[in-house]
Design a protein around this ligand. Structure first.
Ligand SMILES: Cc1cc2nc3c(=O)[nH]c(=O)nc-3n(C[C@H](O)[C@H](O)[C@H](O)COP(=O)(O)OP(=O)(O)OC[C@H]3O[C@@H](n4cnc5c(N)ncnc54)[C@H](O)[C@@H]3O)c2cc1C
Length: 553
Protein backbone atom coordinates (compact mmCIF):
# COMPACT_ATOMS: atom_id res chain seq x y z
CA UNK A 1 0.00 0.00 0.00
CA UNK A 2 1.11 3.51 -0.73
CA UNK A 3 2.51 4.78 2.54
CA UNK A 4 1.70 8.36 1.75
CA UNK A 5 -2.01 8.01 2.44
CA UNK A 6 -2.61 8.00 6.15
CA UNK A 7 -4.93 5.35 7.50
CA UNK A 8 -7.26 6.40 10.22
CA UNK A 9 -6.84 4.77 13.60
CA UNK A 10 -10.59 4.89 13.95
CA UNK A 11 -11.07 2.55 11.03
CA UNK A 12 -13.83 0.11 11.68
CA UNK A 13 -13.27 -3.47 10.58
CA UNK A 14 -16.93 -3.88 9.71
CA UNK A 15 -19.30 -1.60 7.88
CA UNK A 16 -18.99 2.06 8.53
CA UNK A 17 -22.12 3.60 10.00
CA UNK A 18 -21.61 6.51 7.67
CA UNK A 19 -21.76 4.13 4.74
CA UNK A 20 -25.11 2.81 5.80
CA UNK A 21 -26.92 6.11 5.77
CA UNK A 22 -30.42 4.87 6.38
CA UNK A 23 -30.09 1.18 5.97
CA UNK A 24 -30.93 0.41 9.50
CA UNK A 25 -34.18 2.20 8.93
CA UNK A 26 -35.13 -0.12 6.10
CA UNK A 27 -38.22 -2.05 7.00
CA UNK A 28 -37.22 -5.43 8.33
CA UNK A 29 -40.70 -6.69 7.72
CA UNK A 30 -43.20 -6.70 4.88
CA UNK A 31 -44.92 -3.42 4.12
CA UNK A 32 -47.87 -2.57 1.97
CA UNK A 33 -49.61 0.38 0.44
CA UNK A 34 -51.15 2.87 2.77
CA UNK A 35 -54.56 1.93 1.42
CA UNK A 36 -54.02 -1.57 2.72
CA UNK A 37 -53.66 -0.52 6.29
CA UNK A 38 -50.06 0.44 6.95
CA UNK A 39 -48.58 3.82 7.70
CA UNK A 40 -48.52 6.39 4.91
CA UNK A 41 -45.12 7.61 6.10
CA UNK A 42 -42.48 5.42 4.58
CA UNK A 43 -39.98 6.42 7.24
CA UNK A 44 -42.34 5.66 10.08
CA UNK A 45 -43.43 2.45 8.42
CA UNK A 46 -39.83 1.48 8.15
CA UNK A 47 -38.94 2.23 11.71
CA UNK A 48 -42.10 0.69 13.05
CA UNK A 49 -41.23 -2.61 11.45
CA UNK A 50 -38.75 -3.44 14.20
CA UNK A 51 -38.37 -7.16 14.76
CA UNK A 52 -42.04 -7.90 14.26
CA UNK A 53 -43.22 -11.06 12.52
CA UNK A 54 -43.14 -11.01 8.73
CA UNK A 55 -46.49 -10.62 7.00
CA UNK A 56 -48.33 -13.85 6.16
CA UNK A 57 -47.46 -15.37 2.81
CA UNK A 58 -50.21 -15.19 0.17
CA UNK A 59 -51.18 -18.56 -1.36
CA UNK A 60 -51.46 -17.11 -4.85
CA UNK A 61 -50.07 -14.25 -6.88
CA UNK A 62 -49.83 -13.40 -10.53
CA UNK A 63 -46.16 -12.44 -10.36
CA UNK A 64 -43.51 -13.39 -7.79
CA UNK A 65 -40.28 -11.38 -7.90
CA UNK A 66 -37.28 -12.79 -6.05
CA UNK A 67 -34.79 -10.20 -4.77
CA UNK A 68 -35.36 -6.97 -2.90
CA UNK A 69 -32.33 -5.19 -4.34
CA UNK A 70 -32.57 -2.16 -6.57
CA UNK A 71 -33.30 -4.32 -9.62
CA UNK A 72 -36.16 -6.32 -8.07
CA UNK A 73 -37.69 -3.18 -6.58
CA UNK A 74 -37.54 -1.42 -9.95
CA UNK A 75 -39.25 -4.34 -11.71
CA UNK A 76 -41.96 -4.36 -9.02
CA UNK A 77 -42.42 -0.59 -9.34
CA UNK A 78 -42.71 -0.65 -13.12
CA UNK A 79 -45.05 -3.66 -13.22
CA UNK A 80 -47.33 -1.94 -10.75
CA UNK A 81 -47.19 1.27 -12.78
CA UNK A 82 -48.24 -0.66 -15.86
CA UNK A 83 -51.34 -1.79 -13.99
CA UNK A 84 -50.33 -5.26 -12.74
CA UNK A 85 -52.07 -6.21 -9.54
CA UNK A 86 -51.18 -9.22 -7.44
CA UNK A 87 -47.42 -8.74 -7.53
CA UNK A 88 -45.35 -10.13 -4.64
CA UNK A 89 -41.70 -9.29 -4.00
CA UNK A 90 -39.72 -11.70 -1.80
CA UNK A 91 -36.41 -10.91 -0.12
CA UNK A 92 -34.38 -13.39 1.91
CA UNK A 93 -32.87 -10.77 4.23
CA UNK A 94 -33.72 -7.10 4.35
CA UNK A 95 -34.56 -4.91 1.40
CA UNK A 96 -31.48 -3.49 -0.26
CA UNK A 97 -29.09 -5.50 1.88
CA UNK A 98 -27.39 -7.25 -1.03
CA UNK A 99 -24.91 -5.58 -3.38
CA UNK A 100 -27.16 -2.53 -3.55
CA UNK A 101 -26.13 -1.65 0.00
CA UNK A 102 -22.52 -0.93 -0.93
CA UNK A 103 -22.98 0.59 -4.38
CA UNK A 104 -20.77 3.61 -5.09
CA UNK A 105 -23.83 5.54 -6.20
CA UNK A 106 -22.76 6.82 -9.64
CA UNK A 107 -25.47 7.20 -12.26
CA UNK A 108 -23.66 7.83 -15.52
CA UNK A 109 -24.81 7.52 -19.13
CA UNK A 110 -21.25 6.91 -20.37
CA UNK A 111 -21.90 3.30 -21.38
CA UNK A 112 -20.53 1.35 -24.32
CA UNK A 113 -23.76 0.53 -26.19
CA UNK A 114 -26.78 2.65 -26.99
CA UNK A 115 -29.41 0.59 -25.14
CA UNK A 116 -27.32 0.89 -21.97
CA UNK A 117 -27.08 4.67 -22.43
CA UNK A 118 -30.87 4.76 -22.86
CA UNK A 119 -31.44 2.71 -19.70
CA UNK A 120 -29.09 4.90 -17.67
CA UNK A 121 -30.68 8.05 -19.01
CA UNK A 122 -34.15 6.86 -18.02
CA UNK A 123 -32.91 5.77 -14.56
CA UNK A 124 -31.39 9.19 -14.03
CA UNK A 125 -34.65 11.03 -14.69
CA UNK A 126 -36.62 8.47 -12.64
CA UNK A 127 -34.36 8.83 -9.58
CA UNK A 128 -34.43 12.61 -9.87
CA UNK A 129 -38.19 12.71 -9.34
CA UNK A 130 -38.40 9.84 -6.84
CA UNK A 131 -37.85 11.92 -3.74
CA UNK A 132 -40.76 14.17 -4.63
CA UNK A 133 -42.99 11.20 -5.54
CA UNK A 134 -42.33 9.15 -2.40
CA UNK A 135 -41.03 11.55 0.23
CA UNK A 136 -38.00 9.29 0.70
CA UNK A 137 -34.65 11.08 0.54
CA UNK A 138 -32.52 9.47 -2.17
CA UNK A 139 -29.31 11.52 -1.89
CA UNK A 140 -29.69 12.42 -5.56
CA UNK A 141 -27.26 15.17 -6.64
CA UNK A 142 -26.74 16.19 -10.25
CA UNK A 143 -22.95 16.40 -10.20
CA UNK A 144 -22.19 15.82 -13.87
CA UNK A 145 -19.24 13.68 -14.81
CA UNK A 146 -15.93 13.97 -16.62
CA UNK A 147 -14.67 11.05 -18.73
CA UNK A 148 -10.98 11.70 -19.22
CA UNK A 149 -8.84 10.79 -22.24
CA UNK A 150 -5.11 10.25 -21.83
CA UNK A 151 -4.52 9.42 -25.51
CA UNK A 152 -5.96 10.07 -28.98
CA UNK A 153 -7.60 6.65 -29.21
CA UNK A 154 -9.57 7.20 -26.03
CA UNK A 155 -10.40 10.73 -27.12
CA UNK A 156 -11.77 9.42 -30.42
CA UNK A 157 -13.89 6.83 -28.63
CA UNK A 158 -15.26 9.55 -26.34
CA UNK A 159 -16.09 11.70 -29.37
CA UNK A 160 -17.94 8.73 -30.87
CA UNK A 161 -19.83 8.23 -27.61
CA UNK A 162 -20.69 11.95 -27.61
CA UNK A 163 -22.22 11.72 -31.09
CA UNK A 164 -24.31 8.71 -30.04
CA UNK A 165 -25.51 10.51 -26.92
CA UNK A 166 -26.41 13.66 -28.87
CA UNK A 167 -28.59 11.59 -31.19
CA UNK A 168 -30.43 10.37 -28.09
CA UNK A 169 -30.89 13.95 -26.93
CA UNK A 170 -28.47 13.58 -23.99
CA UNK A 171 -26.47 16.72 -23.43
CA UNK A 172 -22.67 16.32 -23.48
CA UNK A 173 -19.61 18.30 -24.52
CA UNK A 174 -16.12 17.45 -25.64
CA UNK A 175 -13.84 19.73 -23.62
CA UNK A 176 -10.18 20.64 -23.32
CA UNK A 177 -7.99 19.74 -20.34
CA UNK A 178 -8.05 23.37 -19.13
CA UNK A 179 -11.83 23.18 -18.85
CA UNK A 180 -11.49 19.95 -16.86
CA UNK A 181 -9.33 21.82 -14.37
CA UNK A 182 -11.99 24.51 -14.08
CA UNK A 183 -14.72 21.93 -13.37
CA UNK A 184 -12.76 19.80 -10.88
CA UNK A 185 -10.31 21.39 -8.44
CA UNK A 186 -8.30 18.21 -7.77
CA UNK A 187 -7.72 16.76 -11.23
CA UNK A 188 -4.17 16.74 -12.56
CA UNK A 189 -4.52 17.52 -16.28
CA UNK A 190 -0.88 17.35 -17.44
CA UNK A 191 -1.30 14.05 -19.33
CA UNK A 192 -4.80 14.61 -20.69
CA UNK A 193 -5.69 15.21 -24.33
CA UNK A 194 -9.33 16.05 -23.60
CA UNK A 195 -12.48 14.87 -21.90
CA UNK A 196 -16.19 14.25 -22.31
CA UNK A 197 -18.35 16.30 -19.96
CA UNK A 198 -21.78 14.85 -19.15
CA UNK A 199 -23.55 17.61 -17.18
CA UNK A 200 -26.66 15.52 -16.37
CA UNK A 201 -24.85 12.59 -14.71
CA UNK A 202 -25.59 12.21 -11.02
CA UNK A 203 -24.84 10.45 -7.76
CA UNK A 204 -27.44 8.94 -5.43
CA UNK A 205 -27.59 6.70 -2.40
CA UNK A 206 -28.39 3.31 -3.87
CA UNK A 207 -30.07 1.77 -0.78
CA UNK A 208 -32.20 4.90 -0.46
CA UNK A 209 -33.24 4.78 -4.11
CA UNK A 210 -34.02 1.09 -3.53
CA UNK A 211 -36.12 2.04 -0.53
CA UNK A 212 -37.94 4.78 -2.45
CA UNK A 213 -38.74 2.41 -5.33
CA UNK A 214 -40.06 -0.16 -2.85
CA UNK A 215 -42.21 2.45 -1.14
CA UNK A 216 -43.55 3.61 -4.52
CA UNK A 217 -44.20 -0.01 -5.57
CA UNK A 218 -45.99 -0.69 -2.29
CA UNK A 219 -48.01 2.46 -2.92
CA UNK A 220 -49.18 0.89 -6.19
CA UNK A 221 -50.23 -2.31 -4.43
CA UNK A 222 -47.15 -4.54 -4.55
CA UNK A 223 -46.77 -6.82 -1.49
CA UNK A 224 -43.20 -6.81 -0.23
CA UNK A 225 -42.16 -9.60 2.11
CA UNK A 226 -38.69 -9.78 3.58
CA UNK A 227 -37.05 -12.62 5.51
CA UNK A 228 -38.59 -15.00 2.99
CA UNK A 229 -36.20 -17.18 0.99
CA UNK A 230 -37.16 -18.61 -2.38
CA UNK A 231 -36.01 -22.21 -2.39
CA UNK A 232 -37.11 -23.30 -5.82
CA UNK A 233 -39.43 -22.54 -8.68
CA UNK A 234 -41.85 -25.30 -9.60
CA UNK A 235 -42.03 -25.75 -13.35
CA UNK A 236 -44.44 -28.11 -15.15
CA UNK A 237 -44.49 -28.74 -18.88
CA UNK A 238 -42.24 -25.76 -19.47
CA UNK A 239 -44.44 -23.32 -17.54
CA UNK A 240 -43.91 -21.66 -14.15
CA UNK A 241 -46.49 -23.04 -11.70
CA UNK A 242 -45.44 -21.99 -8.19
CA UNK A 243 -42.62 -20.75 -6.00
CA UNK A 244 -41.50 -22.69 -2.93
CA UNK A 245 -40.18 -20.59 -0.05
CA UNK A 246 -39.01 -21.36 3.47
CA UNK A 247 -42.42 -20.13 4.65
CA UNK A 248 -44.64 -22.02 2.21
CA UNK A 249 -45.58 -21.99 -1.47
CA UNK A 250 -47.11 -19.33 -3.70
CA UNK A 251 -48.88 -20.37 -6.89
CA UNK A 252 -48.01 -17.98 -9.67
CA UNK A 253 -48.03 -17.41 -13.43
CA UNK A 254 -44.79 -15.46 -13.64
CA UNK A 255 -41.53 -15.62 -11.73
CA UNK A 256 -38.84 -12.94 -12.00
CA UNK A 257 -35.32 -13.83 -10.89
CA UNK A 258 -33.71 -10.57 -9.66
CA UNK A 259 -31.51 -12.30 -7.10
CA UNK A 260 -28.30 -10.46 -8.04
CA UNK A 261 -25.24 -12.59 -7.41
CA UNK A 262 -27.52 -15.40 -6.13
CA UNK A 263 -29.41 -15.58 -9.45
CA UNK A 264 -27.15 -18.35 -10.76
CA UNK A 265 -27.70 -20.65 -7.77
CA UNK A 266 -31.41 -19.87 -7.74
CA UNK A 267 -31.64 -20.96 -11.39
CA UNK A 268 -29.71 -24.14 -10.70
CA UNK A 269 -31.74 -24.86 -7.54
CA UNK A 270 -34.98 -25.80 -9.29
CA UNK A 271 -35.73 -29.34 -10.53
CA UNK A 272 -35.82 -27.97 -14.07
CA UNK A 273 -32.53 -26.12 -14.10
CA UNK A 274 -32.45 -22.60 -15.49
CA UNK A 275 -29.19 -21.13 -16.72
CA UNK A 276 -28.39 -17.61 -15.50
CA UNK A 277 -24.74 -17.15 -16.50
CA UNK A 278 -23.12 -14.73 -14.08
CA UNK A 279 -20.37 -14.88 -11.48
CA UNK A 280 -19.34 -12.57 -8.65
CA UNK A 281 -16.03 -10.73 -8.42
CA UNK A 282 -14.75 -8.67 -5.52
CA UNK A 283 -15.09 -4.97 -6.23
CA UNK A 284 -13.27 -2.32 -4.20
CA UNK A 285 -13.51 1.35 -3.43
CA UNK A 286 -11.86 3.66 -0.97
CA UNK A 287 -13.57 6.24 1.22
CA UNK A 288 -11.60 9.15 2.60
CA UNK A 289 -12.46 11.40 5.48
CA UNK A 290 -13.40 15.01 4.56
CA UNK A 291 -10.52 16.75 2.80
CA UNK A 292 -8.89 19.83 4.28
CA UNK A 293 -10.97 21.91 1.85
CA UNK A 294 -14.06 19.70 1.87
CA UNK A 295 -15.15 18.73 -1.62
CA UNK A 296 -18.61 20.21 -2.43
CA UNK A 297 -21.27 17.53 -3.08
CA UNK A 298 -21.83 18.91 -6.59
CA UNK A 299 -18.22 18.26 -7.70
CA UNK A 300 -18.32 16.18 -10.90
CA UNK A 301 -17.60 12.47 -10.90
CA UNK A 302 -14.27 11.67 -12.56
CA UNK A 303 -13.99 8.58 -14.76
CA UNK A 304 -10.43 7.95 -15.88
CA UNK A 305 -10.71 4.73 -17.88
CA UNK A 306 -7.07 4.82 -19.02
CA UNK A 307 -6.10 5.01 -15.35
CA UNK A 308 -8.74 2.34 -14.49
CA UNK A 309 -10.23 4.48 -11.73
CA UNK A 310 -13.27 6.58 -10.88
CA UNK A 311 -13.87 9.08 -8.09
CA UNK A 312 -16.85 10.97 -6.76
CA UNK A 313 -17.37 13.38 -3.88
CA UNK A 314 -18.43 11.68 -0.65
CA UNK A 315 -19.22 13.56 2.55
CA UNK A 316 -16.58 16.23 1.91
CA UNK A 317 -14.02 13.61 0.96
CA UNK A 318 -13.71 11.19 -1.91
CA UNK A 319 -15.02 7.79 -2.89
CA UNK A 320 -12.67 6.19 -5.40
CA UNK A 321 -12.66 2.74 -6.97
CA UNK A 322 -11.74 1.08 -10.21
CA UNK A 323 -11.57 -1.98 -12.41
CA UNK A 324 -8.28 -3.70 -11.90
CA UNK A 325 -6.43 -5.91 -14.39
CA UNK A 326 -6.38 -8.89 -12.04
CA UNK A 327 -9.86 -9.22 -10.54
CA UNK A 328 -10.69 -11.70 -7.81
CA UNK A 329 -13.68 -13.92 -8.50
CA UNK A 330 -15.63 -14.97 -5.44
CA UNK A 331 -16.47 -18.56 -4.67
CA UNK A 332 -19.99 -18.84 -3.40
CA UNK A 333 -20.60 -22.56 -3.89
CA UNK A 334 -22.21 -24.18 -0.93
CA UNK A 335 -22.95 -21.03 0.99
CA UNK A 336 -25.61 -18.46 0.54
CA UNK A 337 -24.92 -15.68 2.99
CA UNK A 338 -28.17 -14.08 4.00
CA UNK A 339 -26.88 -10.61 3.52
CA UNK A 340 -23.58 -9.71 1.98
CA UNK A 341 -21.01 -8.73 4.53
CA UNK A 342 -18.30 -6.29 3.70
CA UNK A 343 -15.56 -8.64 2.54
CA UNK A 344 -11.96 -8.42 3.68
CA UNK A 345 -9.86 -5.39 2.87
CA UNK A 346 -7.01 -6.19 0.50
CA UNK A 347 -4.66 -3.25 0.32
CA UNK A 348 -2.11 -5.01 -1.89
CA UNK A 349 -4.83 -5.69 -4.42
CA UNK A 350 -6.11 -2.11 -4.26
CA UNK A 351 -2.63 -0.58 -4.60
CA UNK A 352 -2.70 -0.03 -8.43
CA UNK A 353 -6.05 1.77 -8.12
CA UNK A 354 -4.75 3.84 -5.23
CA UNK A 355 -1.66 4.80 -7.28
CA UNK A 356 -3.92 5.78 -10.16
CA UNK A 357 -6.00 7.94 -7.86
CA UNK A 358 -2.90 9.68 -6.53
CA UNK A 359 -1.57 10.24 -10.04
CA UNK A 360 -4.86 11.80 -11.09
CA UNK A 361 -5.44 13.73 -7.86
CA UNK A 362 -2.06 14.24 -6.18
CA UNK A 363 -3.47 16.46 -3.44
CA UNK A 364 -5.48 13.52 -2.07
CA UNK A 365 -2.15 12.17 -0.77
CA UNK A 366 -2.64 13.90 2.55
CA UNK A 367 -6.23 12.70 2.97
CA UNK A 368 -7.12 10.41 5.81
CA UNK A 369 -8.60 7.09 4.86
CA UNK A 370 -11.99 6.24 6.22
CA UNK A 371 -12.44 2.74 4.85
CA UNK A 372 -11.64 0.35 2.04
CA UNK A 373 -14.90 -1.27 0.94
CA UNK A 374 -14.91 -4.67 -0.73
CA UNK A 375 -18.20 -6.08 -1.97
CA UNK A 376 -18.96 -8.73 -4.57
CA UNK A 377 -20.69 -7.70 -7.81
CA UNK A 378 -22.00 -9.98 -10.57
CA UNK A 379 -20.43 -10.02 -14.02
CA UNK A 380 -21.65 -11.79 -17.16
CA UNK A 381 -19.69 -13.49 -19.96
CA UNK A 382 -20.01 -10.54 -22.37
CA UNK A 383 -20.25 -7.49 -20.06
CA UNK A 384 -23.98 -7.00 -20.80
CA UNK A 385 -26.76 -7.59 -18.31
CA UNK A 386 -29.16 -10.54 -18.55
CA UNK A 387 -32.74 -9.65 -19.37
CA UNK A 388 -35.81 -11.50 -20.61
CA UNK A 389 -37.69 -14.75 -20.59
CA UNK A 390 -35.93 -18.10 -20.36
CA UNK A 391 -36.54 -19.76 -23.74
CA UNK A 392 -37.43 -23.17 -22.30
CA UNK A 393 -39.68 -21.99 -19.44
CA UNK A 394 -42.74 -19.83 -20.13
CA UNK A 395 -43.24 -17.20 -17.45
CA UNK A 396 -39.67 -17.39 -16.03
CA UNK A 397 -38.07 -13.95 -16.44
CA UNK A 398 -34.59 -12.83 -15.40
CA UNK A 399 -33.04 -9.43 -14.74
CA UNK A 400 -29.56 -9.76 -13.23
CA UNK A 401 -25.81 -9.53 -13.92
CA UNK A 402 -25.41 -5.76 -13.88
CA UNK A 403 -21.62 -5.63 -14.39
CA UNK A 404 -21.21 -2.87 -11.85
CA UNK A 405 -23.85 -0.58 -13.32
CA UNK A 406 -26.87 -1.83 -11.41
CA UNK A 407 -27.85 1.56 -10.05
CA UNK A 408 -27.46 3.23 -13.43
CA UNK A 409 -29.39 0.47 -15.22
CA UNK A 410 -32.04 -0.57 -12.68
CA UNK A 411 -34.61 2.09 -13.59
CA UNK A 412 -34.46 1.58 -17.35
CA UNK A 413 -33.93 -2.18 -17.22
CA UNK A 414 -36.88 -2.58 -14.81
CA UNK A 415 -39.06 -0.54 -17.15
CA UNK A 416 -38.14 -2.56 -20.24
CA UNK A 417 -38.60 -5.89 -18.46
CA UNK A 418 -42.02 -4.82 -17.18
CA UNK A 419 -42.99 -3.79 -20.73
CA UNK A 420 -41.71 -7.11 -22.04
CA UNK A 421 -43.91 -8.98 -19.55
CA UNK A 422 -46.91 -6.78 -20.32
CA UNK A 423 -46.84 -6.47 -24.11
CA UNK A 424 -44.60 -9.39 -25.07
CA UNK A 425 -41.81 -7.01 -26.11
CA UNK A 426 -40.22 -3.83 -24.70
CA UNK A 427 -40.44 -0.40 -26.31
CA UNK A 428 -36.68 -0.34 -26.97
CA UNK A 429 -34.41 -2.77 -28.77
CA UNK A 430 -32.93 -4.81 -25.93
CA UNK A 431 -31.63 -7.54 -28.25
CA UNK A 432 -28.00 -7.23 -27.01
CA UNK A 433 -29.23 -7.91 -23.45
CA UNK A 434 -31.59 -10.82 -24.19
CA UNK A 435 -30.67 -13.79 -22.01
CA UNK A 436 -31.33 -16.07 -25.00
CA UNK A 437 -27.87 -15.17 -26.30
CA UNK A 438 -26.41 -17.70 -23.84
CA UNK A 439 -26.93 -21.41 -23.64
CA UNK A 440 -26.05 -24.08 -21.10
CA UNK A 441 -22.55 -24.09 -22.49
CA UNK A 442 -21.83 -20.74 -20.86
CA UNK A 443 -23.26 -21.87 -17.55
CA UNK A 444 -20.40 -23.91 -16.16
CA UNK A 445 -18.79 -22.40 -13.07
CA UNK A 446 -15.29 -22.90 -14.51
CA UNK A 447 -16.18 -21.08 -17.72
CA UNK A 448 -17.80 -18.23 -15.81
CA UNK A 449 -14.99 -17.88 -13.32
CA UNK A 450 -12.41 -17.58 -16.09
CA UNK A 451 -14.53 -15.35 -18.26
CA UNK A 452 -15.42 -12.81 -15.56
CA UNK A 453 -11.72 -12.41 -14.78
CA UNK A 454 -11.34 -11.23 -18.37
CA UNK A 455 -14.56 -9.21 -18.43
CA UNK A 456 -14.03 -7.01 -15.40
CA UNK A 457 -10.83 -5.31 -16.63
CA UNK A 458 -12.39 -4.92 -20.09
CA UNK A 459 -15.04 -2.60 -18.70
CA UNK A 460 -12.51 0.24 -18.83
CA UNK A 461 -10.43 -1.01 -21.75
CA UNK A 462 -10.61 0.37 -25.26
CA UNK A 463 -12.01 -2.34 -27.51
CA UNK A 464 -10.24 -2.29 -30.86
CA UNK A 465 -11.91 -3.62 -34.04
CA UNK A 466 -11.82 -7.41 -34.48
CA UNK A 467 -11.22 -7.80 -30.78
CA UNK A 468 -12.39 -11.10 -29.22
CA UNK A 469 -12.55 -12.78 -25.83
CA UNK A 470 -9.56 -14.97 -25.03
CA UNK A 471 -11.01 -17.12 -22.26
CA UNK A 472 -13.58 -19.92 -22.58
CA UNK A 473 -12.58 -20.66 -26.16
CA UNK A 474 -12.72 -23.80 -28.28
CA UNK A 475 -15.93 -24.94 -26.62
CA UNK A 476 -17.44 -25.87 -29.99
CA UNK A 477 -15.24 -26.54 -33.00
CA UNK A 478 -16.24 -27.84 -36.42
CA UNK A 479 -14.67 -31.02 -37.89
CA UNK A 480 -12.69 -28.69 -40.18
CA UNK A 481 -11.15 -26.79 -37.29
CA UNK A 482 -7.70 -28.42 -37.37
CA UNK A 483 -7.42 -28.20 -41.16
CA UNK A 484 -8.39 -24.53 -41.20
CA UNK A 485 -6.08 -23.82 -38.30
CA UNK A 486 -3.09 -25.28 -40.15
CA UNK A 487 -4.06 -23.09 -43.13
CA UNK A 488 -3.42 -20.07 -40.91
CA UNK A 489 -6.98 -19.38 -39.69
CA UNK A 490 -7.37 -16.81 -36.94
CA UNK A 491 -10.49 -17.43 -34.91
CA UNK A 492 -13.45 -15.58 -33.47
CA UNK A 493 -16.14 -16.96 -31.17
CA UNK A 494 -19.94 -16.73 -31.43
CA UNK A 495 -22.19 -18.59 -28.96
CA UNK A 496 -19.34 -20.96 -28.17
CA UNK A 497 -18.68 -21.74 -31.86
CA UNK A 498 -15.20 -21.06 -33.21
CA UNK A 499 -15.35 -19.38 -36.63
CA UNK A 500 -12.44 -18.39 -38.87
CA UNK A 501 -12.03 -14.62 -38.76
CA UNK A 502 -9.29 -14.31 -41.39
CA UNK A 503 -6.28 -16.26 -42.64
CA UNK A 504 -2.63 -15.39 -42.30
CA UNK A 505 -0.79 -16.73 -45.37
CA UNK A 506 2.05 -19.17 -44.76
CA UNK A 507 5.36 -17.56 -44.04
CA UNK A 508 3.78 -14.25 -43.05
CA UNK A 509 3.88 -12.98 -39.52
CA UNK A 510 0.99 -11.54 -37.59
CA UNK A 511 1.91 -8.09 -38.94
CA UNK A 512 0.34 -9.12 -42.29
CA UNK A 513 -3.03 -9.79 -40.73
CA UNK A 514 -5.80 -7.26 -41.32
CA UNK A 515 -6.17 -6.97 -37.55
CA UNK A 516 -2.52 -6.25 -36.91
CA UNK A 517 -2.84 -2.51 -37.05
CA UNK A 518 -5.70 -2.48 -34.58
CA UNK A 519 -3.88 -4.39 -31.92
CA UNK A 520 -2.86 -1.13 -30.32
CA UNK A 521 -5.04 1.56 -31.86
CA UNK A 522 -8.56 2.21 -33.08
CA UNK A 523 -7.37 4.99 -35.42
CA UNK A 524 -7.21 4.14 -39.12
CA UNK A 525 -3.66 3.50 -40.44
CA UNK A 526 -2.34 6.69 -41.99
CA UNK A 527 -1.79 4.98 -45.40
CA UNK A 528 -5.51 4.18 -45.56
CA UNK A 529 -6.31 7.83 -45.00
CA UNK A 530 -3.98 8.88 -47.84
CA UNK A 531 -5.44 6.31 -50.23
CA UNK A 532 -8.98 7.36 -49.34
CA UNK A 533 -8.18 11.04 -49.84
CA UNK A 534 -6.57 10.40 -53.23
CA UNK A 535 -9.64 8.39 -54.25
CA UNK A 536 -11.94 11.27 -53.27
CA UNK A 537 -9.84 13.85 -55.16
CA UNK A 538 -9.84 11.74 -58.35
CA UNK A 539 -13.58 11.22 -58.04
CA UNK A 540 -14.28 14.95 -57.65
CA UNK A 541 -11.91 15.79 -60.50
CA UNK A 542 -13.61 13.36 -62.91
CA UNK A 543 -17.05 14.50 -61.82
CA UNK A 544 -16.21 18.17 -62.41
CA UNK A 545 -14.55 17.38 -65.73
CA UNK A 546 -17.65 15.62 -67.02
CA UNK A 547 -20.00 18.26 -65.63
CA UNK A 548 -18.01 21.00 -67.39
CA UNK A 549 -17.89 19.06 -70.63
CA UNK A 550 -21.63 18.59 -70.46
CA UNK A 551 -22.17 22.32 -69.83
CA UNK A 552 -19.86 23.24 -72.76
CA UNK A 553 -21.76 20.94 -75.11
C1 LIG B 1 -18.31 -1.82 -4.69
C2 LIG B 1 -19.41 -1.60 -5.69
C3 LIG B 1 -19.60 -0.36 -6.26
C4 LIG B 1 -20.61 -0.16 -7.20
N1 LIG B 1 -20.81 1.08 -7.73
C5 LIG B 1 -21.79 1.27 -8.64
C6 LIG B 1 -22.04 2.57 -9.16
O1 LIG B 1 -21.38 3.54 -8.81
N2 LIG B 1 -23.04 2.72 -10.06
C7 LIG B 1 -23.82 1.68 -10.47
O2 LIG B 1 -24.68 1.88 -11.31
N3 LIG B 1 -23.60 0.44 -9.97
C8 LIG B 1 -22.63 0.21 -9.07
N4 LIG B 1 -22.43 -1.03 -8.54
C9 LIG B 1 -23.29 -2.12 -8.98
C10 LIG B 1 -24.61 -2.14 -8.25
O3 LIG B 1 -24.43 -1.90 -6.88
C11 LIG B 1 -25.25 -3.51 -8.44
O4 LIG B 1 -25.23 -3.85 -9.82
C12 LIG B 1 -26.68 -3.51 -7.98
O5 LIG B 1 -26.77 -3.11 -6.64
C13 LIG B 1 -27.26 -4.91 -8.15
O6 LIG B 1 -28.57 -4.89 -7.68
P1 LIG B 1 -29.40 -6.23 -7.63
O7 LIG B 1 -30.75 -5.87 -7.18
O8 LIG B 1 -29.26 -6.96 -8.93
O9 LIG B 1 -28.63 -7.15 -6.57
P2 LIG B 1 -28.69 -7.13 -4.99
O10 LIG B 1 -28.68 -5.76 -4.46
O11 LIG B 1 -27.63 -8.05 -4.51
O12 LIG B 1 -30.11 -7.73 -4.69
C14 LIG B 1 -30.42 -9.09 -4.84
C15 LIG B 1 -31.28 -9.47 -3.65
O13 LIG B 1 -31.80 -10.77 -3.85
C16 LIG B 1 -31.90 -11.38 -2.58
N5 LIG B 1 -31.99 -12.82 -2.78
C17 LIG B 1 -31.05 -13.61 -3.33
N6 LIG B 1 -31.46 -14.89 -3.33
C18 LIG B 1 -32.68 -14.91 -2.78
C19 LIG B 1 -33.60 -15.95 -2.51
N7 LIG B 1 -33.37 -17.21 -2.81
N8 LIG B 1 -34.79 -15.62 -1.92
C20 LIG B 1 -35.07 -14.34 -1.60
N9 LIG B 1 -34.22 -13.32 -1.84
C21 LIG B 1 -33.03 -13.59 -2.44
C22 LIG B 1 -30.64 -10.94 -1.88
O14 LIG B 1 -30.75 -11.03 -0.47
C23 LIG B 1 -30.50 -9.50 -2.36
O15 LIG B 1 -31.05 -8.58 -1.46
C24 LIG B 1 -21.43 -1.25 -7.59
C25 LIG B 1 -21.24 -2.50 -7.04
C26 LIG B 1 -20.24 -2.68 -6.08
C27 LIG B 1 -20.06 -4.02 -5.48
Amino acid sequence: MCSCVRRSRALSPALSPALLPRLLLLPPTGYRAAGRGLSTSPRRAAVAGGDSQPLPLPGQARVVICGGGIVGSSVAFHLAKLGWSDVVLLEQGRLGAGTTRLCAGIVSVAKPISIECQMANYSNSLYQGLEEETGVKTGYVKTGSLCLAQNQDRFLSLKRLASRLKVMGISCNIIKPKEVAKLHPLVNIHDLVGALHLPADAVASSPDVNHALAVAAAGHGVQILDRTTVQQVLIEKGQVMAVETDRGSIECEYFVNCAGQWAYELGQGSETKVSVPLHGCEHFYLLTKPLQDPLPPSTPVVIDMDGRMYARPWQGGLLSGGFEKNPKPIFTEGRNQLEIQNMQEDWDHFEPMLSSLLRRMPSVESAEIHQLVNCPESFTPDMRCLMGEIPSVAGYFVLAGMNSSGLAFAGGAGKYLAEWMTYGYPTANVWPLDIKRFGNLQSSRTFLRHRVMEVMPLLYELKVPRWDFQTGRQLRTSPLYDRLDTQGARWMEKHGFERPKYFVPHGKGAEYSPAAHYRFSILKPITWVYIYNIYIYIYIYIYMLFTNLFLCV
